[in-house]
Ligand binder design. Sequence first.
Ligand SMILES: [Zn+2]
Length: 187
Amino acid sequence: MAARRDATLNLASLLRRAPGSVDDADADGELSPIDELLDANGLRLGAPLSWSLHVSNTGGEDDFVVSGDVSGTALLECRRCLTDVPTQVDSSFIYPMVYRPGGADELEMIEDDEQDELLVFSQPEVDFAAFLTQVFAIDLPLTVLCKEDCRGLSVDGVDLNEYPDHVPGDQHDERRSPFDALKDIDL
Ligand SMILES: [Zn+2]
């Protein structure tokens, strides 16, 4: 399956209270979010995101629930040595969603009166790309390590995993203080 820039689901069949209307809609796919979306979420990806969505009518005219999951591999910097660490993240979610025709074109996240998060859509065609990218980004770990015992960088920026014996400044013998010699004198 080719990765797409959007994650659009047509909910028209859920909206009509007519013969043939259904209670559920499902979709899944692969998403390569546009750069603006990645930047807005401070996200770098190693591969497209995999997602699935399930939208169901909760019985009311315009009330729905959307659930699903989004997973993928983000590139995060090791907090000690700053190399990229591919980090697998699997997020699942469930949100109430309402249909409000005449509103914004894009799917919006708002807070209802009880300050619960609520998704609002105003067109039958809903692009979930921004929402899925955001859900994924929220579940990223705050920090990662490339390995448990990463030695990190020296104060002068050398990767101590590669050069474990590096001592900052030891390649600049001519800059050693003349007082260093005093350390060797046993007072
Ligand atoms: Zn590291």
